[in-house]
Ligand binder design. Sequence first.
Ligand SMILES: Cc1ncc(COP(=O)(O)O)c(C=O)c1O
Length: 469
Amino acid sequence: MSDELALLAEADRLAADYLHSVAERRVFPTQQALDDLVAFDEELPTAPSAAGDTLNMLRRYGDPASVTSNGGRYFGFVIGASLPEAAAAERLALAWDQCASSYVNSPVMAKIEEVATKWVLEILDLPRESQIGFGTSATACGLSVLAAARRTLLARHGWNVDEDGLMGAPEIKLVVPQTVHITVKKAARLLGFGMNRLIEAPCDEYGRVIPEQLPALDDRTILVLQAGEVNMGEFDRFAEIIPMAQKAGAWVHVDGAFGLWARASTSKKALTDGIELADSWTTDGHKWLNTPYDGAMAICRHADELAVALNSDAVYSTAEPYAQKNLVLEFSRRGRGMPIWAALRSLGREGVDEMVTRHCNQAQMLAEGLRAKGVTVLNRVVLNQVLCTLGDATKNEALLNRVTEEGEVWFGPSKWQGESVFRLSVSSWRTTDADIARAVEVIGRGNQEVLSGPYSQADSSRAVMVSEE
Ligand SMILES: Cc1ncc(COP(=O)(O)O)c(C=O)c1O
């Protein structure tokens, strides 16, 4: 066997060992493993290292300090694990090492991403004339789509932003829910919308835009709505709001980073009624579809508008209009649609439906179990998010520290209406009902301990940061 193949075989062996361990290993690393990360603080080597030395370093110091988000008891953020077929496809893609910019760069990736486009539109039941750019994240895809939206609205008013820029252009307003995800604001900032000019739409107690209090919309407005608000997991009332926006001539974009997948569940699809009327949508594969990072989708009904806004044809590199390099930010890129295609192919409609539905049911089980243990559950649990509190920030922090130290489950802190809360998301294909029962047990016990003594003195640096994902 060549050195290269031996090395890859060893990497595969380590990967298999790792995956074998995810059911039992700690969800959050030990303090010792974290301390040992100083081993990476080496000087840049002058000379090449021995074959296998780098992999060995990862095995020794990387593996123990990893967070087991690819397991079944990680409930932090909305992370999702990696489905076997999607992960396997990704491994193969590394060997192929395709630059999946266009057909001529990689005919196979162009074909697979074309099919992935068709399947995603079918399973999410979105307008079939849409195009999809398979980008790195909902953040990057959101940025692309907002740029395309603004360009389109300006063009409708006779302004060519590509040639003339924004100085002197008619102002395009951006209306977002009060509860909008921070990454939409980031995209807006980068695009020069200006945070002081952002118009916030008031939201109800569930974090949904109140249709009756929608700010004035017109044909120079981009309205962002949400499928799956990050804390409560709720959905805007699309069927009421989007027709109003359309009547005004506004562009409607839906951030559905994880929640758009509710549309693939027969029991949850109704939450998304009317969403198909929007102009554009963003969603991730790497969250609820359980594909590896980085895999996301910018979906746009106005295929040509997206393709023209994102076009990057050069004299040495002209491509078909809907080549991926003309639908995403990246010029050189891996075929990010391939693990998405693999996930859809291996699960089929029924498998995706089953996974999404199961997670929603497990979230209900979690909420009921936690309530029975005296934990306050703050949301209706319409989806896969369970938002909780023990009553105040000190107790919540103490619980998080306790649970993090124990290492059996992990979830993250957040804030709801200015108050400290903690949030559990069920989004890993590996999560079993037994994992849910375990989480209830661990958190219930933690709650008892917090109530009976001051645990909060423990080091809080590992557990506490405000969740935005
Ligand atoms: C509702 C929502 N929108 C957008 C994002 C950003 O997604 P990404 O991390 O893929 O950029 C997230 C999570 O990270 C999210 O939960």
